[in-house]
Design a protein around this ligand. Structure first.
Ligand SMILES: NCc1[nH]cc(CCC(=O)O)c1CC(=O)O
Length: 336
């Protein structure tokens, strides 16, 4: 692009900014409800809404309550909901078998939502951490604590097939193992799940911003060490492009950058390089920062929320996973 500017005063940038109508007319990017994916936390029981201390305003919901939440989200026009289970510690094992139990919390909730609110897309999480006694996204080798790749991918395939059977529309592998997109795509095709989409967490960084989430799914206590041998180094950006290229060539329909706000440069590069449907995850720590500052009276929470979400659109994203989704949808309605 080669912008041409008349010299001042022929050009006055403040002309367009002088009234709401021309600000609206000349606005390049906007946020709409179509851009939102709402991550929610599940727990067992009935009639349960349990506030998560590290994420004020976010709750763990029992299946009956998540169905109600999905109804409200669909009525607001939110296109997708993403499920994360808080697993009873008694069900966590070394072999992570609960991950592919057809009746686990995530699959039970998927079936319940698809039965009652069929119009909302259900996205599920593929990774072993909610079920792993070691708190890692893959199997941990006894001898040295290394998270092994290929055996983990086999388990992820079983987990994803159970999710597809339960009715998941979008499967989101958040594990960062190599080769999982191709393995998942082959298995889904072989089992006839030809329209199940894969949203790859392609560029997922080893980040301090996941802390509140690990509390929310109960993985903090279990986790030994960090995830640096499988999640990306925050100093890398070219690697993100190589990972996105790899995952698209293995059959990903959509790709994600995670976390969001500290990685907007990566969002822009990914969108420019591939033009694929690109998403950012505004993660738990980003939510906690904005919400915490708002609750302390330091910033206007609603305005900061909408501005942060718009930044993803400006950076080239097609959508955002955000814990603010219902609140943002309501704020957007009010603004109309
Ligand atoms: N499979 C793990 C997973 N899936 C989503 C998140 C983080 C989401 C958030 O912080 O909001 C994480 C955390 C991690 O990698 O430890």
């Amino acid at each position: 692009m080669q912008p041409v500017n008349a010299p001042y005063p022929a050009a006055r940038f403040r002309r367009a900014r002088a009234r709401a109508a021309t600000r609206a007319l000349t606005r390049q990017h906007s946020l709409t409800v179509d851009d939102l994916i709402w991550p929610v936390f599940l727990r067992d029981g009935e009639g349960v809404e349990e506030e998560i201390p590290s994420m004020p305003g976010v709750h763990r919901l029992s299946v009956d309550r998540v169905v109600e939440a999905a109804r409200r989200a669909a009525d607001l026009g939110i296109p997708a909901i993403c499920l994360f289970p808080y697993t009873d510690p008694a069900k966590k094992t070394k072999d992570c078998a609960e991950a592919w139990n057809p009746d686990n919390l995530s699959n039970t909730a998927t079936r319940a939502i698809k039965a009652e609110v069929p119009e909302i897309a259900v996205m599920t999480d593929v990774a072993l951490d909610p079920y792993n006694i070691d708190g890692h996204d893959g199997f941990v080798r006894e001898s040295d604590g290394y998270v092994v790749n290929d055996a983990t991918v086999e388990a992820l395939v079983k987990q994803a097939l159970a999710q597809a059977e339960a009715g998941a529309d979008i499967i989101g592998p958040s594990d960062m193992m190599d080769g999982r997109i191709g393995a998942l795509r082959d298995a889904l095709e072989a089992q006839g799940h030809t329209n199940v989409m894969l949203l790859s967490y392609a560029a997922k960084y080893a980040s301090a911003f996941y802390g509140p989430f690990r509390d929310a799914v109960g993985a903090s206590g279990a986790l030994k060490g960090d995830k640096k041998t499988y999640q990306m180094d925050p100093g890398n950006s070219d690697e993100a492009l190589r990972l996105v290229a790899r995952d698209l060539s293995e059959g990903a329909d959509m790709v994600m950058v995670k976390p969001g706000m500290p990685y907007l440069d990566i969002c822009r590069r990914v969108k420019d390089a591939f033009g694929a449907p690109t998403y950012a995850y505004q993660v738990s720590g980003e939510y906690a920062m904005i919400e915490g500052a708002a609750r302390a009276g330091r910033i206007d929470g609603d305005k900061a929320m909408l501005e942060s979400l718009l930044s993803f659109k400006r950076a080239g994203c097609d959508g955002i996973l955000t814990y603010f989704a219902p609140r943002a949808a309501q704020a957007l309605q009010k603004a109309q």
